[in-house]
Design a protein around this ligand. Structure first.
Ligand code: ZN
Ligand code: ZN
Length: 102
């Protein structure tokens, strides 16, 4: 079955799923893995979320997929990734700093 990423809504087709890391499970409350709800994300979205948010921020303000989807910090990224077929991206520390506005 093709999988739809819960964040960018791109469909990861069957033929790309051979790589078991292409679709990843994200725990919406990362420090409560046992009880946390999970969503399926493509690899770039999962990397991006953890580059832009600390676990504390995820727990306190972004523990639903709707909150993540409407987060200001992710707006540019989502707009960009939706126009690509990339299933792997490089996320650097400097991206993380740029994404922080406070
Ligand atoms: Zn995605
Ligand atoms: Zn995660």
């Amino acid at each position: 079955m093709p999988t739809t990423c819960a964040l960018c809504r791109r469909i990861v087709p069957n033929e790309r799923i051979d790589d078991p890391q292409v679709v990843q499970e994200h725990h919406l409350r990362p420090e409560e893995r046992a009880t946390s709800p999970t969503v399926l994300l493509c690899r770039p979205c999962h990397k991006q979320i953890h580059a832009l948010f600390t676990n504390d921020e995820l727990r306190d303000g972004y523990d639903t997929i709707d909150a993540l989807r409407s987060a200001d910090r992710l707006t540019d990224y989502i707009g960009w990734i939706r126009g690509t077929e990339k299933l792997d991206i490089q996320v650097s520390r400097s991206d993380r700093k740029r994404g922080r506005r406070r």
